[in-house]
Design a protein. Structure first.
Length: 369
């Protein structure tokens, strides 16, 4: 089998080198490595509760970009090294530990990103099972995998764990009322697209905020209420220009709170909720999307207190969130937005669309088999 790997940004050219690009004006090299099936031994021992999986497809999340910058900086000191990266995948089980009961060899599995802080069986189950999804073979805990049947294709199965689990958790925490007025920011974000799909399934028509004309047109064609703004125009101006915006929003779903929170807080209604699952500028190298705000933390908190606004943080979700999302996918009640699917021999276009394409709207999948 072969694996996608990040190679050092400097040093001598290596036979594995396949594609070079710049991301946020920083150089990155990628390559395809031959990956033999590992033999359980020592630190990578299969163990009682471990499963050996062989990846069939992976997809890219925004968190993977932050991970790439950390790994790339480490490789500057190791010109002969490499790193695997990524978090969403679908895989085939090729080995199981002696106490594994819920999974058998030949099953297809995806990550269970259950955010469970209390350790279980001496191992923390908190969060995402793997930061090395692009590695063909990997040892993972049985508890951190969910079995997938043939109702979902490899490209869909490889695209759902983080976004689906996160979006269902955010909507669960929102405790929406029947006539809630809802705003979803960053309409091209994978998490936002999952949120929009799920809200519409539940009978809500959210307003979606985007700076991408491509996303605006696509969402409008799908019957959504969309507000388009640009980098030179203040979001507040765009909101006030929007026809029919006679009041604010009861609930805001936002994957990038450092971009939108200050600007949108005045538009949150009394007793409203602002739910966020992350930040955009996760690394100093990331090019800022807008100018830093002028409001102090004290001003923002006072604004929240006076209006009784609830600020809710969300990290991933629980197992039930993922299982509920999978059932809705299988029944056709929601869909996954997949922008494109690539093979390993088409590495350059995959990397560019995954990390540099500003018109992308949806998941970018790389199939291994």
């Amino acid at each position: 089998m072969k694996s996608l790997a990040l190679l050092p940004p400097n040093g001598p050219e290596r036979p594995e080198f396949k594609y070079s690009t710049q991301i946020h004006h920083q150089p990155f090299n990628f390559g395809i490595l031959k990956t033999p099936e590992p033999v359980p031994d020592g630190e990578d021992s299969l163990g009682d509760y471990k499963v050996l999986v062989l990846k069939k497809a992976i997809s890219i999340n925004f968190r993977d970009l932050s991970m790439l910058f950390t790994l790339n900086n480490n490789l500057k000191k190791s010109p002969s090294g490499h790193h695997f990266f990524g978090s969403d995948f679908v895989a085939e089980v090729v080995g199981i530990g002696k106490k594994v009961r819920s999974i058998k060899i030949g099953d297809r599995v995806i990550p269970n990103c259950d955010y469970f802080i209390k350790p279980m069986r001496g191992v923390s189950r908190k969060g995402i099972p793997s930061n090395r999804a692009s590695m063909a073979y990997e040892f993972l805990l049985e508890d951190k995998l969910i079995k997938i049947d043939d109702d979902l294709s490899d490209e869909v199965a490889a695209s759902i764990s983080i976004g689906l689990q996160t979006s269902y958790a955010m909507i669960r925490k929102a405790k929406l009322k029947k006539n809630s007025r809802i705003l979803v920011t960053s309409g091209s974000s994978n998490t936002s697209l999952f949120i929009v799909e799920t809200l519409k399934m539940k009978g809500y028509l959210p307003t979606i905020l985007t700076s991408s004309p491509n996303t605006f047109e696509a969402l409008k064609k799908d019957g959504n209420e969309v507000i388009l703004y640009n980098q030179l125009e203040d979001i507040e101006t765009a909101l006030r220009k929007f026809n029919g915006l006679n009041n604010g929003f009861d609930t805001v779903f936002d994957p990038f709170s450092d971009v939108f929170f200050e600007k949108l807080l005045p538009f949150v209604n009394v007793n409203g909720k602002y739910i966020t699952c992350g930040l955009y500028k996760q690394k100093p190298e990331f090019i800022a999307l807008n100018q830093p705000g002028n409001a102090s933390l004290g001003y923002l908190l006072a604004h929240m207190i006076m209006k009784n606004v609830q600020l809710i943080g969300n990290c991933l979700g629980n197992t039930k969130d993922l299982l509920n999302g999978i059932e809705d996918l299988k029944s056709g009640r929601i869909k996954v937005n997949i922008e494109n699917i690539y093979q390993l021999d088409n590495l350059g276009p995959f990397i560019e669309m995954a990390f540099n394409d500003k018109n992308r709207m949806g998941k970018v999948v790389l199939k291994y088999a």
